[in-house]
Design a protein around this ligand. Structure first.
Ligand code: SF4
Length: 701
C-alpha cells in the first residue's frame, strides 16, 4: 500500500519489437509499477517478465546522471556546454583535416522515431557525413533487403492478427517463446476463435522453447534453411500444388525461378543438405501448400546469416507460389528485435532516405529536400558505410571519430578482439547512453541520455503499428532526451540548427515533419496524430485519407507491390555452405541467441534483480554425447575457444536441446563474452553478421 501509485501513465514497452501497451505507476515522481494495458490490441493486458519489471531499471545505479568527460584517464561529471564544446571542436578539427566522412555514427532501434529521424537529419545533412548506421544492421537488415528485392520496398507484410487467422504457422529461425513471448497469445487466440488448432511448424536446429509448442518440429542442420525452403518449392511445383492464378497475376519471374529450383533442389539433394528426410519434406510441402491460409514468421535465425537476405526472399518465394500474401492469415512476416526497429527503418536515414526513398534517385532526393526545406545538393547521393564497414574504416585509419548512440558494441558486435583493436585507433569515442554501458566505460565523452518513461515519442512495432510512449517522470539529474541532445548539439555547428531544426523543438513537431515526409509513400503516417494513436491503441501504416485507421496488410489485391509493375519478384536464390566448418581442432558448431529474462547486452535488464537472478550468467548447452566425450557434467565450468578468441568460465548445461556436434550460448553477458568467438562474416547485401554459426572447441577446467 505504501507504494500505491499516485497516477498511472499509459505508454508502450521500450524493449522488444512486439510493442506491448502498458501503464507506468508513478509515486512521488518515481516509476514504481508496470502493468499491461488490457485494451491494447497487441498484448491485451499481459506483459512478459521484462515489461513487468521495466520501471525498476529507470533509477538503476548504472544510470549516468550527467555528461562525462575523460580527464586524466577518468570519466568525470561535466556540464552540457563543456561536453558539447569539446565534441563539436574535435568533430570540426577531424572533418577539416580528414574530410567529412572521418566522423561516423552508429545508432539503434531503442530511440524514439522522432529522435532517430532528428539524429539522422543532423548527421547526414548537418555534419555532412553519410557514414551513419544503426544497430538494425546487426538485427533486421536482412529482412529489409530481402523485402526490398522481393516486393520493391521494405515493410513487414502482415499483422499479428494473422497468427490468429492462419491454418498453418511456419516459424523459421524464430524463437518467439524467449524473444517475443507475447506473440504466443495471438496463436492461442487462434485455437479459441476457430475451434480448430492451426498446424504449427517450427524450423530450428535447436530444440528451443518455441519448438515445444510445435505440431511439427523440423531440426534441420545449421545454416540449411534456404535449401529447405527451395526444396519445399520444388515439391510444391512438382506436385502441382502451386497457385497458378496468383503466380500469373501477382508475380514476375516464375519461369526462371521454376527452372532454377527444378534444376538444383531435388528432394534427395535437399534431404542431404538439411538432414530432413525426403518423406518429411513432402509432408511439410503438402501441409503448407494446401492450407487455406499459411503464415510464415522469422527473426534472427534467418536474418543473422551471411545469406540472410536471400533466405528472406526464399521465405517470400514459398509464400508467393502458394498465394499466401495480403490475405487474412497469409503473410510472410519478419519479427523485429528492438522496440523501434521499424521506426529506424522507415525514417532513420540509414539504408534509405526517410520515407523509404532511394539515395540514388534524383527525384527522391529532390522530393525530400523540398519537403523539409533544404538545398537538394546536401542530400547524399548514396548510402555511406554500413556498421561493419565503419569498423573496417576505423581500422584503416579513415574514420577518426565515432559517436555511438544507445547501443553497446563492446558486447553485441562479432569478433570482439578485432573490434577492440579498431576502437583503440580512434581520436575520439563519444557514447550517448542512459547507462554506463561497457562501451561508455571506454569513451572519451559520454552524453547522458534520459531513458524510457522520462521522454515521449513513438515506437513502431513488427506489424507496422506506431505506438505512443509517454513521459511519466522527470529525467534523472541533468540528463536530456536523445532528441534534446541532438537539437542542442546542432547549435554548436554554424547555421545547422537554423537550417534543420528552426521550427522544431518538441517530439510532436518532429512527428509532424515525419508525417509530411511520409505522405504518399508506402510508410505513410500522414493520417496519424498522437491523439489518434492513443485512442486506437497504435496505428498500422500506411495511414492516410484512404485508410484513416491504418492498414492491416500490405500487398492485398488492392495494393500493388512497390516494384515498377506492382508485381512481386520470384527470385532464384541459392543456399551456400558455411565458410567456417567444424574440423579436427574445432569440432563443435556454436549457435548464439537470447533468453527471455535478459535484453540485448543487459544494460537495462542486468540492473533488475529479479531478471538477473533468473538468468545471472551465460551457459553452454551441450549434448549428452559431447558431454560424455569431454567428461563434463551439468554445473561444471569450461572454456570455449575458436580462431578469434576464447571465453572462460562458462557453466555447462547438458541438454537434449542441441544435437551432437553443436552448442548454444546466449550472447547477453559481458562476463562470458561469446562474441569474442563469433565470426566477422557479413551478408554482402545487408551487411548483417553471421552470428549463428562458427567452429569452436571446449576446454574442461
Ligand atoms: Fe515488452 Fe516485448 Fe515483453 Fe512485450 S514482449 S512486454 S514489448 S519485452
Amino acid at each position: 500500500k505504501a507504494k500505491a501509485p499516485d497516477k498511472w501513465v499509459r505508454t508502450t514497452c521500450g524493449y522488444c519489437g512486439v510493442g506491448c501497451g502498458m501503464y507506468i505507476g508513478v509515486k512521488d515522481g518515481n516509476a514504481v509499477y508496470s502493468k499491461g494495458d488490457p485494451l491494447h490490441p497487441v498484448n491485451m493486458g499481459t506483459l512478459c517478465p521484462k515489461g513487468l519489471s521495466e520501471h525498476e531499471m529507470v533509477r538503476a545505479d548504472s544510470r549516468v546522471p550527467a555528461p562525462l568527460i575523460r580527464k586524466n584517464g577518468t570519466l568525470t561529471p561535466s556540464g552540457w556546454d563543456e561536453a558539447f564544446s569539446k565534441v563539436s571542436a574535435e568533430f570540426k578539427r577531424i572533418q577539416n583535416e580528414h574530410g567529412k566522412g572521418a566522423v561516423a555514427v552508429i545508432s539503434t532501434g531503442q530511440l524514439l522515431t522522432e529522435e532517430f529521424y532528428a539524429l539522422g537529419k543532423f548527421v547526414q545533412l548537418g555534419l555532412g557525413t553519410n557514414n551513419y548506421d544503426g544497430n538494425t544492421t546487426l538485427c533486421m537488415a536482412s529482412a529489409v533487403m530481402g523485402y526490398k528485392q522481393t516486393f520493391g520496398s521494405d515493410g513487414p507484410t502482415g499483422s499479428y492478427e494473422d497468427f490468429s487467422k492462419a491454418d498453418v504457422i511456419l516459424l523459421i529461425g524464430a524463437n518467439i517463446a524467449d524473444n517475443h513471448p507475447i506473440l504466443k497469445l495471438h496463436i492461442a487466440k487462434n485455437k479459441k476463435m476457430t475451434g480448430k488448432k492451426p498446424t504449427i511448424i517450427v524450423v530450428d536446429p535447436r530444440k528451443s522453447k518455441t519448438s515445444q509448442m510445435a505440431d511439427i518440429f523440423v531440426p534441420l542442420k545449421p545454416r540449411s534453411d534456404l535449401a529447405l525452403l527451395n526444396g519445399l518449392c520444388y515439391i510444391i511445383m512438382e506436385q502441382g500444388w502451386e497457385d497458378e492464378k496468383f503466380i500469373k497475376e501477382r508475380t514476375n519471374g516464375y519461369k526462371a525461378f521454376r527452372k532454377h529450383i527444378m534444376n538444383n533442389y531435388p528432394p534427395q539433394e535437399v534431404a542431404h543438405i538439411t538432414g530432413i528426410d525426403v518423406k518429411e519434406l513432402y509432408n511439410l510441402a503438402k501441409i503448407y501448400a494446401t492450407a487455406d491460409a499459411a503464415m510464415s514468421a522469422w527473426t534472427m535465425g534467418v536474418n543473422q546469416s551471411s545469406i540472410g537476405t536471400d533466405t528472406v526472399s526464399a521465405i517470400c518465394n514459398l509464400a508467393l507460389i502458394t498465394g499466401n500474401l495480403g490475405r487474412e492469415g497469409a503473410s510472410p512476416m519478419s519479427i523485429t528485435g528492438q522496440c523501434n526497429a521499424m521506426g529506424t527503418r522507415e525514417f532513420g536515414f540509414t539504408s534509405s532516405i526517410p520515407g523509404y526513398r532511394n539515395y540514388a534517385s534524383a527525384q527522391d532526393r529532390k522530393a525530400f529536400a523540398d519537403i523539409i526545406g533544404v538545398p537538394e545538393e546536401i542530400i547524399p547521393t548514396k548510402r555511406g558505410y554500413a556498421y561493419p564497414q565503419i569498423i573496417d574504416a576505423i581500422n584503416r585509419g579513415e574514420i577518426k571519430a565515432l559517436w555511438v548512440v544507445a547501443t553497446n558494441p563492446l558486447v553485441s558486435y562479432p569478433d570482439q578482439n578485432g573490434l577492440r583493436e579498431a576502437l583503440k585507433k580512434l581520436d575520439l569515442l563519444v557514447v550517448q547512453d542512459a547507462f554506463l554501458s561497457d562501451t561508455a566505460e571506454i569513451a572519451d565523452v559520454v552524453f547522458a541520455a534520459a531513458t524510457w518513461s522520462e521522454k515521449e515519442g513513438c515506437y513502431t512495432n513488427s506489424e507496422r503499428r506506431c505506438n505512443y510512449a509517454k513521459r511519466a517522470i522527470d529525467p534523472l539529474g541533468t540528463t536530456k532526451s536523445d532528441l534534446d541532445i541532438v537539437l542542442e548539439f546542432s547549435k554548436y555547428f554554424d547555421g545547422v540548427h537554423e537550417m534543420l531544426f528552426k521550427e522544431l523543438s518538441t517530439p510532436e513537431d518532429l512527428f509532424n515533419e515525419i508525417k509530411k515526409v511520409s505522405k504518399g509513400q508506402l510508410c505513410d503516417y500522414s493520417g496519424m496524430s498522437y491523439a489518434l494513436i492513443e485512442e486506437l491503441g497504435g496505428i498500422q501504416w500506411p495511414c492516410n485519407e484512404k485508410a484513416p485507421k491504418g492498414t492491416k496488410r500490405l500487398y492485398s489485391e488492392e495494393m500493388p507491390c512497390s516494384t515498377p509493375d506492382g508485381k512481386a519478384n520470384l527470385l532464384p536464390v541459392d543456399w551456400q555452405p558455411l565458410s567456417e566448418m567444424q574440423c579436427k581442432g574445432l569440432p563443435l558448431m556454436l549457435n548464439t541467441g537470447r533468453t527471455v529474462e535478459q535484453f540485448h547486452t543487459r544494460t537495462k535488464t542486468g540492473t533488475i534483480g529479479i531478471l538477473d537472478n533468473l538468468a545471472p550468467e551465460a551457459w553452454v548447452d551441450l549434448s549428452p554425447k559431447d558431454a560424455a566425450k569431454l567428461k563434463v557434467k551439468s554445473g561444471d565450468r569450461i572454456a570455449i575457444s575458436g580462431t578469434r578468441g576464447r571465453v572462460e568460465d562458462v557453466i555447462v548445461k547438458v541438454s537434449e536441446t542441441v544435437r551432437e556436434g553443436n552448442i548454444f550460448v546466449p550472447f547477453h553477458f559481458n562476463e562470458q563474452l561469446i562474441n569474442a568467438v563469433t565470426i566477422p562474416e557479413f551478408d554482402p547485401k545487408s551487411f548483417e553478421p553471421n552470428y549463428k554459426q562458427c567452429a569452436v572447441q571446449l576446454h574442461s577446467a
